[in-house]
Design a protein around this ligand. Structure first.
Ligand code: SF4
Ligand code: SF4
Ligand code: FES
Length: 479
């Protein structure tokens, strides 16, 4: 392990590391725009310049290999002067757009301007005007005036998603990032990662455009349930202290955007576009009213009725959800696992047009917790084999069950979070909470366990599956 010295501080670097990597690993700050830990080195922004002690010039840290005894200065007078000049160059044609830019509040260019430059432009030339609101795809919009040509987005589509959907055309200050005509960015299921890695507000999300200022939002750590990869994510929603009282109050409990939560064990710094669109899954019409034979009842009455059905059943079968958390599945197993013949169903199947799987993240199993559910119970391969003439009660938990496969005379208890016509035919229907209303864990297909936290309150009329099964058992016991 080569020992290097950064500002006099001893740093044990890895062999083959660059000065930038060694500095980042040890919490030492060197500014960068074009460098990204998961991408190749472009070395074009020059903001990462540092000085080797004893030399009279500066060099870029992102492309400087470490060597035993190397002594680096990151904040010498020469480095500071060079950085200030580089910031002048980078902002030469950048518009003063921050007031209307979605990136404001989390923009590296803004931060570095105040940290390393802070002066008005020294140029007397008018700024070069370029395309604004250029639609790169249905999901991504580009403002060429804000682009600093770091090429991170281009390298992402070449090296990570491998769609080759972006390139840079023309030269000098007329250079433009553009989508390739024969590889549309729309066909790249990872396209929105370029929005995250763009260090400025050049690439923005069309669905999120002008929807919220980021300082009114806060992230809650969660897990994407879109496939068995279980990417860790941040669900962004309105801060309670910025609650809207006059405008649409649903904005206070809605998902504003979803971004990756970096996780080397699962998804690295990336997620796919389905993960960005989880509001489409979570914000579907909810089931919030308990029912008995299609008639609304109090939640407690439905729980008691379900308990009685369980108590009376001789041959009950349960079909459990692979969207249930580890805690909920364990609660079912401990309270009802011995009483029911239990099978795991597939709550979600691949949708039409959806990418089935690939070598990056996307998995063919479109459910988050199949691994944990199957560790406890066998899969429901064929409903005909799971039910027989003796089956007198079926408990169905979650989505994806074909109600036409129910045995004719069996009573039914249905637990679901989303509205569905078939619920009215259940003997007992109990609405349950969704992932954004509770905490828990999923186990992904590799056995990695990830946690999710609640971001919105659950309605009182809705049950939590983790405590529901025990409540049903005790409500059904003879007095
Ligand atoms: S659009 Fe953003 S990521 Fe792409 S080159 Fe320009 S500044 Fe870099
Ligand atoms: S790869 Fe799977 S888990 Fe990851 S964001 Fe996409 S759908 Fe969600
Ligand atoms: S970060 Fe090193 S040149 Fe851009």
């Amino acid at each position: 392990m080569p020992e290097i010295f950064i500002n006099g501080q001893s740093v044990q670097a890895e062999v083959d590391q660059t000065v930038m990597q060694a500095a980042v690993d040890h919490g030492i700050s060197i500014p960068y725009f074009c460098w990204h830990p998961a991408l190749s080195i472009a070395g074009n922004c020059r903001i990462c310049a540092v000085q080797v002690e004893g030399r009279s010039w500066v060099e870029i840290a992102c492309n400087m290999p470490v060597s035993e005894g190397l002594r680096i200065l990151t904040d010498s007078e020469q480095v500071r002067a060079y950085r200030k000049e580089m910031m002048q160059l980078v902002t030469l044609n950048h518009p003063v757009d921050c007031g209307i830019c979605d990136k404001a509040g989390e923009c590296t260019l803004q931060d570095y301007h105040y940290k390393y430059n802070g002066s008005p432009s020294v140029s007397r030339e008018p700024k070069v005007r370029s395309t604004k609101f250029h639609a790169l795809s249905e999901r991504v919009v580009l403002d060429n005036e804000r682009c600093i040509l770091c090429s991170r987005c281009v390298r992402f589509t070449r090296e990570i998603s491998k769609s080759n959907a972006l390139g840079i055309t023309q030269r000098g200050d007329t250079s433009l990032v553009r989508a390739a005509e024969d590889h549309p960015l729309d066909d790249d299921p990872y396209s929105d990662n370029v929005i995250d890695i763009c260090p400025v507000g050049a690439l923005l999300s069309r669905p999120f455009l002008y929807k919220a200022r980021v300082w009114y939002l806060e992230p809650t750590p969660s897990v994407c349930p879109g496939c068995a990869r279980g990417c860790t994510i941040q669900i962004w929603h309105r801060k309670p202290e910025w609650k809207l009282n006059a405008l649409d109050p649903r904005k206070n409990v809605s998902i504003e955007r979803i971004t990756p939560l970096e996780n080397p064990a699962v998804n690295g710094p990336w997620i796919c576009n389905k993960g960005r669109d989880l509001a489409r899954i979570f914000e579907r019409p909810r089931a919030e009213q308990a029912m008995q034979n299609g008639k609304p009842v109090e939640l407690s009455a439905a729980i008691a009725a379900a308990g009685r059905l369980i108590e009376d059943a001789k041959h009950p079968v349960a079909v459990v959800s692979n969207w249930g958390s580890n805690e909920e599945l364990a609660a079912f197993e401990q309270t009802l696992g011995r009483r029911f013949a239990t099978f795991v169903k597939q709550d979600w199947s691949p949708q039409s047009g959806e990418r089935l799987d690939d070598d990056l993240l996307i998995r063919a199993d479109k459910n988050p917790n199949t691994a944990a559910a199957r560790a406890l119970f066998p899969p429901l391969v064929d409903a005909a084999a799971a039910f027989d003439a003796a089956t007198d009660l079926v408990l169905i938990w979650g989505e994806g069950f074909d109600f036409a496969r129910l045995p004719a005379r069996a009573r039914t208890i249905v637990l679901d979070a989303y509205a569905r016509q078939e619920h009215e035919h259940a003997d007992v229907f109990i609405p349950v909470s969704i992932q954004t209303e509770r905490r828990g864990h999923y186990t992904n297909f590799q056995g990695v366990v990830s946690a999710f936290e609640p971001c919105f309150p659950k309605k009182a009329s809705v049950a939590d599956a983790e405590t529901l099964f025990a409540a049903m058992v005790s409500a059904g016991m003879p007095a």
